[in-house]
Write a protein that binds this ligand. Structure first.
Ligand SMILES: [Zn+2]
Length: 79
């Protein structure tokens, strides 16, 4: 059984958080814990989208985790 796409490691922190909460929910054996996990998941999905940041070097705009690792030299065209 496969189905995991490992070609997209650039998961956002929020997507990772949601994934871990879902995983925890599937393994949780306590009703009290499950309630907390479901609440956490609900709040996680209500969070506002991650604000985009601008690279101070090349001016590219994107998710903070993408901007941190991007290559300023692969410029798509500046003005
Ligand atoms: Zn840059």
């Amino acid at each position: 059984m496969t189905g995991r796409d490992r070609r997209t490691p650039e998961r956002t922190a929020r997507e990772a958080l949601e994934m871990h909460l879902v995983q925890a929910l599937t393994r949780c054996e306590s009703i009290a814990v499950r309630d907390h996990l479901q609440a956490a998941l609900r709040y996680c999905r209500e969070l506002p989208p991650t604000p985009l940041v601008e690279c101070p070097v090349c001016g590219r705009v994107g998710l903070p985790e993408r901007i941190q690792v991007h290559d300023c030299s692969e410029d798509t065209g500046r003005d």
